[in-house]
Design a protein around this ligand. Sequence first.
Ligand SMILES: Cc1cc2nc3c(=O)[nH]c(=O)nc-3n(C[C@H](O)[C@H](O)[C@H](O)COP(=O)(O)O)c2cc1C
Length: 191
Amino acid sequence: MDMKELVLKTRSYRRFHEDHDIGVDTLRGLVELARLTASARNLQPLKFMLVNDRKVNAEIFPELGWAGYLKEWPGPIEGERPSAYIFTLGDTSLAEEFGYDQGLATQSILLGATSLGLGGCIIGSAKKDRLCEKLRIPARYRILNVIALGKPKEVVKVEPMGPEGDVKYWRDAEGVHHVPKRALEELIVSF
Ligand SMILES: Cc1cc2nc3c(=O)[nH]c(=O)nc-3n(C[C@H](O)[C@H](O)[C@H](O)COP(=O)(O)O)c2cc1C
């Protein structure tokens, strides 16, 4: 896969083949990519919590917010839910702010997932306090995001943004998920 194909395939996937297990070695391999990623002041203040146990997955799922623009869709049904999660945690004993580090690490993980035929979705709108409580995450760690992972069961297509500039993604009658992206000409500015 060349770089553009890899980035193009690294979409936000929200429906998975839940029966496709993701082993701990695979999850560790993805964190290895995060480990090798840039970090401001090289502080490396991120920690990662790996979950691939069905019972724990079931505890996590209700605390996650899915696809805010798809108002009629409450999130993936049973059988289409993620088979694993990587929690990106900020270790407050190493830094007070986690800035870009979490985004860069997360993208490394998602690119790695794509390269393995997997896919995922960054979940920022998670009920973090509830998750800390449920999963007994010590107060020293802050949940920065939850990366839901699985074998994608949906087609996600990038398409040119319409002239009205609507950023909302949408799903068609066949269940294909469409993601409008601004044109390159719009992104590159000169003064
Ligand atoms: C920081 C961040 C937080 C996000 N949080 C959520 C979320 O809580 N729930 C969700 O379904 N998608 C979430 N997403 C995924 C975005 O909705 C998605 O990136 C966007 O629709 C564009 O689709 P694409 O990733 O396929 O390019 C998040 C993405 C980012 C970068």
